[in-house]
Design a protein around this ligand. Structure first.
Ligand SMILES: Cc1cc2nc3c(=O)[nH]c(=O)nc-3n(C[C@H](O)[C@H](O)[C@H](O)COP(=O)(O)OP(=O)(O)OC[C@H]3O[C@@H](n4cnc5c(N)ncnc54)[C@H](O)[C@@H]3O)c2cc1C
Length: 553
């Protein structure tokens, strides 16, 4: 339930203050919180705290004659915090000229004469009228987290991306563009370190880590049990599918995800080739549905939590997480997917996160309004990103190394791009350098046939090239190919012989790695098809082999 708006009263005379509070509570207490203070300084302090908590003030009712700060002075200062609140003065007959002057000075809405008895005649009608006017123009405050920072801060980008991918509602308050952001920051005092995350209860976190945020917004980062039948590393489509099938078939299942459930698919603006969704669905929506389904079947999901090592101890596969905790399981599923290769050009490292981004970085799209944006890559993911950014950017340039888009991109996307007037495809082109001091300002491109170069002003470069598997942590544990993708099933059998160290009579199952009981699904698997449906299919099928493996123990 959102907190009730506030009627705030201020008077240095304790008896008057008590009387006005009593009368206001009786008439307005059902719909408003009645708050009071007896000095201007105390009242301003309370307003600071209310601002941070995202409270709303409907009306100030303030005594004019107070020793340290007059009512008019106070209302002038209060207006900075709550400009839309109605302002009324409580005056003695002698103060009416100050009140009349205040109508112009601080846009005073009304002045009331003391005493106000009977309140039914002299107080309530006026207050009703004022709060009704306020209600008419009142838009309830955003109920969620607020993030204050600078647009070009890599930490602000990290936090926004983390919240968006975990579907935590937040409001971004850019210090350069939003004057409320500056006021709110002032309310937090001098010690504020940017970016600041303000929780719903008003607690401010200074440049928090993703794990700190996760703990405050109800995400789970530590396992409830020391042992599970099935532990899954990676919460993309493959991991989520394995989790749904595993748990629905009675396995005590844990899923560990280091960023946000959904994986690469979760960053897709529109997946149009997934069975059963004829008009497509966003990756975020797919992830939300899959997480709800897995949770319904009792899957425990840890996020953000990263697995850094795995140890084999007899029947047990023991996972070590980056916080040092250990979890053991009988069957382990690796579904850690791939991530984009970095581009190695002049200036890129320094500008990563401040104009140069890997993947869709959809949270940055609104800040690209009216700017020129560059997308590097020619796969479906680059195509989707171009379509998405075209809604915001002035022009989207697609930087494509090859001589055609059609070689690597689905035809439906090639057609959509051709029909979008503000997307320009630059074939046979590569990025040569990126420029900028505090953030990306320009991009130099080179034609790889003529070697001509051209520098373009730009605020955003989004890179979608090649894929690298996340398997460094498995070195020496399971067999991988020369690119790091994990070998499974028949790919491990050479000259009819099982992989080295394999002690079972049978050969590895279809999706089983070179260690019995470790299964692999999705993009991270050697020669897998890099598609959502294939990852989901593999994750589901693997559970059948996991049952067979568990039956052998
Ligand atoms: C922008 C974009 C658009 C796409 N569009 C489409 C499309 O329209 N249609 C289509 O079929 N395919 C599309 N794809 C491809 C598709 O998303 C992938 O094939 C699919 O997501 C692979 O699923 P996965 O579960 O194997 O791996 P991923 O989706 O890569 O998920 C792996 C997960 O493992 C986590 N992880 C990695 N290492 C660890 C660790 N050590 N500990 C814990 N967690 C870890 C990662 O954070 C990640 O969340 C798109 C991809 C992208 C990037």
């Amino acid at each position: 339930m959102p907190a009730k708006p506030v009627i705030f009263t201020l008077d240095d005379d304790p008896e008057v203050l008590q009387a006005i509070q009593r009368d206001l509570r009786r008439e307005f207490g059902r719909d408003y919180r009645i708050m009071r203070a007896d000095t201007g300084a105390e009242a301003l302090d309370a307003l600071n705290q209310m601002k941070v908590r995202n409270d709303e003030v409907a009306l100030f009712l303030v005594d004019q004659r107070m020793p340290e700060m007059s009512g008019v002075e106070f209302l002038g200062k209060a207006r900075e915090h709550f400009p839309n609140a109605k302002r009324a003065l409580l005056t003695a007959y002698a103060d009416t000229s100050a009140a009349i002057q205040a109508i112009n000075e601080i846009s005073l809405d009304y002045y009331l004469m003391k005493p106000w008895d009977p309140p039914e005649e002299n107080l309530f009608p006026v207050i009703h009228d004022l709060v009704d006017q306020w209600q008419y123009s009142y838009r309830p405050a955003f109920e969620g987290l607020r993030v204050i920072g600078h647009q070009w801060s890599p930490d602000a980008h990290r936090i926004k991306d983390f919240l968006a991918r975990n579907r935590v509602p937040y409001r971004w308050m850019d210090l350069e563009a939003d004057k409320n952001a500056g006021n709110l920051l002032k309310s937090l005092g001098d010690a504020a370190t940017l970016p600041v995350v303000i929780l719903i209860d008003g607690t401010a976190l200074m440049n928090p880590s993703n794990v700190q945020i996760a703990e405050k917004v109800g995400l789970k980062t530590q396992a409830a049990q020391p042992f599970y039948d099935l532990a899954i590393v990676g919460g993309g489509p493959a991991g989520l599918a394995a989790a749904v099938y595993g748990a629905s078939e009675g396995l005590h299942t844990l899923l560990i995800e280091r960023e946000a459930p959904g994986g690469q698919a979760g960053t897709s603006s529109r997946i149009e080739n997934y069975l059963g969704f004829p008009s497509g669905l966003s990756g975020g929506d797919l992830a939300r549905r899959a997480v709800a389904q897995a949770t319904r079947f009792g899957v425990e999901i840890l996020t953000p939590a990263e697995v850094t090592t795995v140890r084999i101890d007899g029947q047990y596969r023991i996972l070590v997480l980056s916080d040092g905790s250990e979890i053991s399981c009988h069957a382990l599923m690796i579904a850690t997917g791939v991530s984009y290769r970095r581009i190695d050009v002049l200036g890129c490292d320094a500008l990563t996160g401040v104009g140069v981004y890997y993947g869709a970085a959809m949270t940055e799209a609104p800040s690209m309004q009216g700017q020129d944006v560059f997308i590097v890559g020619a796969g479906n993911s680059a195509g989707q990103a171009a379509m998405y950014f075209a809604r915001y950017a002035k022009t989207v340039y697609m930087v494509v190394r090859g001589d055609s888009l059609g070689k690597s991109m689905s035809q439906y996307l090639v057609d959509q791009i051709a029909a979008t007037s503000n997307i320009k495809v630059l074939l046979c082109t590569e990025v040569m350098a990126v420029h900028g001091t505090e953030h990306l300002e320009a991009v130099t491109l080179i034609d790889n046939k003529t070697h001509e170069t051209q520098k373009y002003p730009s605020a955003g470069l989004f890179v979608f090239i090649g894929a690298l598997p996340h398997t460094d942590w498995l070195e020496g544990v399971v067999e991988r190919d020369e690119h790091g993708f994990i070998l499974t099933g028949n790919d491990l059998v050479r000259d009819g012989k099982p992989p080295m160290g394999w002690k079972l009579e049978r050969m590895p199952f279809l999706l089983e790695a070179s260690v019995p009981g470790i299964f692999v699904a999705g993009d991270v698997r050697h020669r897998s098809v890099k598609r959502v449906a294939s990852a989901v299919g593999e994750g589901s099928i693997a559970v059948q082999f996991i049952h067979q493996y568990l039956g052998e123990l």
